[in-house]
Design a protein around this ligand. Structure first.
Ligand code: GUN
Ligand code: ZN
Length: 438
């Protein structure tokens, strides 16, 4: 077999959930000197010890060698708004004011094709710079903006899931569609983009307050029509939002019930934030085959609350981490892990580095049901790889100079002291798409 190339260096990936403390045996694989061979299609043909394998390769084989770095599967961002890149770190207030004052006005700008194209390309480049190789993304309500994002992902051959936002009330007129129009536009986009290269259409009602009952109902019918299609939305992020939903949907037994009644609580439905929920809500999400996208940098920034990570783990609710830009404050999944760790501490639990790195790779892939394609570096998977530098930031470099670090400590340094500077290179399907020192 002719190979596209080989990556060589220390490697860590997960084969299953490592548990909450030291990794359970067989869950993580660390190889001090590994080779990852990538075939012409961009998939992994070999992953294992380097020395004997490299000796068998034809002399002309390209080998990208990273002896002092750490190779891992590319990170997955399960909840992020591409159109909010321009309002990251916008000062003041909580969710509903932030939406009205910053988010909606910015999203109105995506009516302009030129602006949407520009931000879409920047967004994909920024994901790569932060080591993120797959993302489930909210667009705006605009079809053209959604096409701009699909187009940017297609150019880079990135695995990206998105869909136009459905919203037909409680926002500026420019951002509104209609129950019927929104669904027809979703259908046209799905038929054009879904399944192209590594793209997927995700039905995306923004959240209950910006959809009429008729729109949510239409969304549920759409899900029946396209079995296997995913849905993303927001749930119980902020207390004022939860109260507002009670007044908008007085017949629903709770916030989740609004979606359930519309047929939007089922396999492949993902609920962003889900902070102010109880055991019953967690159990209904789990039983439905749905999942929660967890966004700690956003929850701290907007003062939304502390996600109960331990309860979600204990109740076996599928979870996946998201940056939630622009309410989130960084596109880095390392920074996201830092805040996840701190939120867990405030809730009386500790997030081990093993569990943390599992979550942003295989864990999210399993939650998003993409683990047959991505999430680790076993043979046959897509060669989406991040090259990590655990001593890139000044504090991490100083610490590394002062004392030798075990792998577990290196991982913990990455998540507490790392950011985009820790990403030395990012590969999509075996192609190097970002190199820090280029
Ligand atoms: N709820 C509804 N829309 C949004 C959004 O754009 N960001 C966040 N954080 N929450 C939302
Ligand atoms: Zn969001």
């Amino acid at each position: 077999m002719t190979l596209k190339k080989v990556l060589r260096g220390p490697l860590l990936h997960f084969l299953k959930d490592p548990g909450d403390n030291a990794p359970l045996s067989g869950s993580a694989e660390y190889i001090e000197d590994a080779a990852i061979a990538i075939d012409q299609q961009g998939c992994i043909a070999y992953c294992g010890d380097a020395e004997a394998f490299v000796a068998t390769l034809p002399r002309e084989t390209t080998i990208d060698h990273y002896p002092d770095k750490l190779l891992m599967p590319g990170f997955i961002d399960a909840h992020v708004h591409f159109a909010q890149l321009g309002i990251i770190a916008s000062y003041g207030r909580q969710l509903l004011d932030w939406l009205n004052n910053y988010t909606f006005p910015e999203e109105c700008r995506f009516e302009e094709q030129c602006y949407a194209e520009q931000v879409a390309e920047l967004f994909v480049q920024q994901l790569l710079r932060h080591g993120t190789t797959s993302a489930m993304v909210f667009s705006t309500r605009h079809e053209q903006a959604t096409e701009a994002l699909f187009g940017a992902a297609l150019r880079h051959n990135m695995r990206l899931l998105t869909g136009k936002m459905l919203m037909d009330r409680n926002a500026p007129a420019k951002l509104l569609d209609t129950a019927e129009g929104g669904i027809e536009a979703s259908r046209a986009l799905l038929e054009k983009w879904h399944g192209r290269q590594r793209l997927e259409y995700v039905l995306s009602p923004r959240f209950a307050p910006t959809s009429t009952p008729a729109q949510l109902e239409a969304a549920g019918i759409f899900m029946d029509e396209y079995p296997g299609i995913r849905m993303q939305t927001h749930l119980s992020e902020n207390l004022a939002e939860v109260d507002w939903v009670k007044t908008l949907y007085p017949d629903a037994s709770d916030y989740l019930d609004v979606y359930a009644r519309a047929g939007l609580l089922r396999d492949g439905c993902y609920f962003g934030h889900a902070i102010h929920i109880d055991d019953s809500v967690r159990e209904r999400i789990r039983a439905a085959g749905s999942g929660i996208t967890v966004c700690p940098t956003s929850n701290l920034f907007l003062g939304s609350g502390l996600f109960n990570w331990q309860a979600a783990r204990d109740q076996q609710v599928p979870i996946a981490l998201g940056t939630d830009i622009g309410a989130g404050t960084s596109l880095s999944q390392l920074q996201t892990l830092q805040d996840t760790y701190k939120v867990c501490q405030l809730n009386g639990a500790a997030l081990s580095p093993w569990q943390a790195f599992y979550q942003i790779t295989l864990g999210s892939a399993i939650t998003l049901r993409l683990d047959d394609r991505i999430g680790n570096l076993t043979v046959g998977k897509e060669a989406d790889i991040v090259v990590l530098d655990s001593a890139a930031t000044p504090a991490a470099a100083t610490k590394a100079a002062l004392r030798e670090q075990r792998l577990e400590e290196q991982l913990f340094n990455l998540m507490l002291l790392g950011d985009d500077r820790s990403i030395a290179a990012t590969y999509l399907m075996g192609e190097c798409q970002y190199r820090r020192d280029a």
